[in-house]
Design a protein around this ligand. Structure first.
Ligand code: PLP
Length: 414
């Protein structure tokens, strides 16, 4: 029973009226039921790294599903085995020999929390359970991941249901040492952070030396580091992992989004053998989810990662990201409503002042460009995330820059 507001049926959140109904994807564009072509300047929610409408991925997924539907996650299946091999051998750091799969980033971060807790329990450090996060940050929408996150809008009103762990400012490594001391070092299990802060920060990048100091502090206190690479992983920032820009090595890596590339829902947690081995030796259990590592999802992710490597999309993200940031600086560098344009690879942010991100996003959509609204406080109240598929071409980037400027101007003129 399609009506103008029929979309409200699949959400508990009031949505802007008359959203475009998308019927097809093609490269960098989404095609609406009435034939508009919308440039997907945010790869959805920073998900689609390889571009829309890749029939080859659909074929691989269909073929896998024809052979096999559901198999309990503890048993091997061909694509599960193959994906774990590709990740361990080609993507993860040396000494990260185990992966755990979830459906999305929230499940993966939730699992990372259970992983670090189990690690400390297995080593007899029973008091270590606190996980320190940053302000701002976003790690997911489950109660556990909202607890460790610092996205004001998404936590709003849920606070009584959240486990309150310490939070530190996003750019101050010495504050972490202070927070660990204040919490009692023997009670702190881990520190979690996004290498580039996405949804809550519009691509905030910490100062030079921040991460090496963070790693030092955590090592000193026996606190594990979790890199939340859900947005930054799999080449989005122009290197394989976001943390590769900063010369440090996390103990635990969490990712999602670009792994399935928008074709299959899949996320992962991996950790150094030093983290995992004690858990195995102690016979402790990190429970899977029913849909962990569905064979057809693993097949889809293998096809996505193959494209990323075969087409050189990681270098391309670096190159096109520089072009996008340069264009934004040129067009918006001295705009009174723009605090800063910044980014790493194709994870690019525009921080706004004096207007809401929602208003600018709505103007951009009128001009057939989808931009992801970012920020909600603290630190960044309103911002835009620009993160198109990594196959994006120069003419798309030029259009994205033009429309960003026109949309900000249109809101300013009201
Ligand atoms: N972590 C980060 C850094 C994210 O950006 C997101 C989603 O935007 C999540 C976790 C949550 O992932 P999901 O929405 O797939 O559960």
């Amino acid at each position: 029973m399609a009506g103008p507001d029929a979309h409200d049926r699949y959400s508990f959140t009031a949505q802007p009226p008359n959203p475009p109904t998308i019927v097809r994807g093609d490269g960098v564009e989404l095609i609406t039921a009435d034939g508009r072509r919308i440039i997907d300047a945010a790869a959805g929610a920073v998900v689609n790294n390889v571009g829309h409408g890749r029939g080859e991925i659909a074929d691989v997924v269909a073929e896998a599903m024809r052979e096999l539907d559901y198999v309990v996650p503890i048993w091997p299946t061909p694509n599960r085995l193959a994906l774990a091999d590709v990740l361990v051998e080609r993507w993860l750091p040396d000494g990260f020999d185990h992966v755990f799969f979830g459906g999305g980033g929230s499940e993966a971060n939730d699992t990372a929390l259970r992983l670090v807790r189990n690690h400390h329990l297995a080593r007899g450090e029973e008091r270590r359970h606190k996980v320190i996060g940053r302000l701002p940050s976003y790690h997911g929408a489950t109660l556990a991941t909202l607890s460790i996150g610092g996205h004001a809008g998404r936590r709003d009103g849920l606070e009584p249901m959240l486990q309150e762990y310490p939070k530190v400012p996003w750019d101050d490594a010495d504050a972490l040492a202070g927070a660990i001391e204040a919490a009692g070092p023997e009670s702190v299990a881990a520190f979690i952070a996004e290498p580039v802060i996405g949804a809550s920060g519009a691509a905030l990048i910490a100062p030079p030396d921040y991460w090496t100091r963070i790693a030092e502090v955590c090592r000193e206190y026996g606190v594990l580091t979790i890199a939340d690479e859900v947005m930054t992983g799999f080449g989005r920032t122009g290197l394989r992992w976001g943390h590769h820009h900063d010369g440090w090595s996390p103990d635990v890596i969490v990712s999602g989004k670009g792994l399935g590339g928008g074709y299959v829902p899949l996320s992962l947690v991996s950790a150094s053998n030093d983290v995992v081995d004690p858990i195995t030796a102690a016979g402790r259990n990190v429970m899977f989810f029913t849909y962990s590592a569905h064979d057809s999802s693993c097949a889809g992710a293998l096809a996505v990662l193959d494209i990323v490597e075969r087409e050189g999309l990681i270098d391309r993200a670096g190159m096109q990201g520089s072009r996008l940031v340069a264009g934004l600086k040129r067009e918006l560098g001295d705009h009174p409503n723009v605090v800063e344009g910044r980014g790493r690879g194709l994870m690019v942010g525009v921080e706004l002042t004096g207007m809401t991100s929602a208003a600018v996003v709505a103007e951009a959509l009128e001009r057939d460009v989808w931009i992801y609204p970012a920020g909600s406080g603290p630190a960044v109240n309103d911002g835009l995330l620009l993160a198109p598929p990594m196959i994006v071409e120069d003419h798309h980037l030029d259009r994205i820059v033009d429309v960003t400027r026109q949309s900000i101007d249109a809101v300013a003129a009201r």
